[in-house]
Design a protein. Structure first.
Ligand SMILES: Cc1cc2nc3c(=O)[nH]c(=O)nc-3n(C[C@H](O)[C@H](O)[C@H](O)COP(=O)(O)OP(=O)(O)OC[C@H]3O[C@@H](n4cnc5c(N)ncnc54)[C@H](O)[C@@H]3O)c2cc1C
Length: 296
């Protein structure tokens, strides 16, 4: 069994049994990428386009829910152009160049990240992360159809690995039970809580920024401008910050700084989230909650 750790937004690579699972000896792959998030998929696409055979193992059958990383910069879009998936990103994304900063209710600063004409891509687009990942996978599918050597295996969780002189051997769990494979090169793109780093006994040195942010994706029809709006000490979240971004599909991303010492489940209570959103928008605007989370 491979237990899901999160709910999927798009089921893009359902589990399929593969001959490796019935092989008498583990099959050797040139490159195995563990983790099919945006980083793993983009890397697989890049390698595959260069005719480097690559196998992606991901422990889910699609991309996770929630806007998460919504702001994609011009440089990222240029890389997506090189990988062949820039157009759908820009076609779906909400453009913005202008940001406004408020203290309380007073605007104290505004900036334009792309004040000159003639650039192919905007300074930023806002796009929910599931779309970003979906467009990369769709380009992988096109490249596969054109014969590029990229394989995605969903619901394949790497549970153990051993390093040898010239290869790595992997234990992989699937809905049909475990199997083994080998790789000349293994690349870990399995996220911030990387289990591969854990298997290798590697730490993740760094510093935790001691704060929490409530993220609320809401759906509403509103005429707020397509700008990044950031508040210090707004009346609706005193002593903290807040952020508002427009996303595709009439979904808006609201971030509320909460502070470090919070009761997470109380903060995620729907009534409490709605009250915070009401405080920001006022009573006149109707909205639906699409997704909420707390980001540390
Ligand atoms: C609640 C939340 C809010 C966020 N908000 C923002 C934001 O506002 N702005 C921003 O820039 N970023 C945000 N992020 C961070 C952003 O989502 C990540 O930076 C991004 O997803 C990292 O991409 P990745 O490809 O490195 O890893 P991930 O997207 O984490 O992908 C890793 C993949 O590896 C798979 N995996 C893990 N272990 C194994 C294993 N053993 N075997 C096989 N597969 C495995 C996972 O299922 C997953 O599909 C947020 C993240 C969360 C969770």
């Amino acid at each position: 069994m491979v237990d899901p750790r999160y709910r999927t937004a798009f089921r893009l690579y359902p589990y399929e049994r593969v001959p490796d699972q019935d092989a008498s000896a583990p099959r050797r792959h040139k490159v195995v990428i563990v983790g099919g998030g945006p980083i793993g998929m983009a890397l697989a696409l890049d390698l595959g386009r260069r005719d480097v055979p690559v196998l992606i193992l991901d422990d889910h059958d699609g991309v996770g829910q929630g806007s998460r990383a919504i702001c994609f910069a011009k440089r990222t879009l240029e890389i997506c152009d090189r990988l062949g998936c820039g157009d759908p990103m820009v076609g779906k994304g909400v453009f913005w160049n202008l940001g406004r900063v408020f203290e309380g209710e007073e605007e104290i600063y505004a900036f334009n990240l792309l004040p000159e004409d003639g650039h192919r891509r905007p300074a930023f687009i806002n796009l929910q992360q599931p779309y970003f990942e979906k467009f990369i996978v769709e380009e992988i599918r096109r490249q596969q159809a054109a014969g590029k050597p990229i394989e995605i295996r969903g619901c394949n969780r790497v549970t153990a690995l051993r390093q040898h002189r010239d290869h790595v051997s992997l234990d992989i769990e699937t809905p049909d039970g475990p199997y083994r494979a080998e790789a000349n090169w293994l690349i870990a793109t399995d996220g911030a809580n990387s289990s591969v780093r854990g298997m290798l006994g590697l730490g993740f040195e760094g510093r935790t920024f001691e704060d929490n942010f409530l993220i609320a994706d809401i759906r509403m029809n509103a005429n707020f401008p397509t700008e990044r709006r950031f508040w210090f000490d707004p009346p609706f979240n005193p002593g903290q910050t807040a952020l508002m971004h427009k996303q595709p599909d009439d979904v808006w991303r609201l971030d509320f700084q909460l502070g470090w010492d919070i009761d997470r489940s109380a903060e995620l209570d729907e009534g409490r989230v709605r009250a915070r959103v009401r405080g920001m928008l006022g009573d006149a605007i109707d909205f639906d909650l699409v997704w909420t989370s707390i980001y540390t």
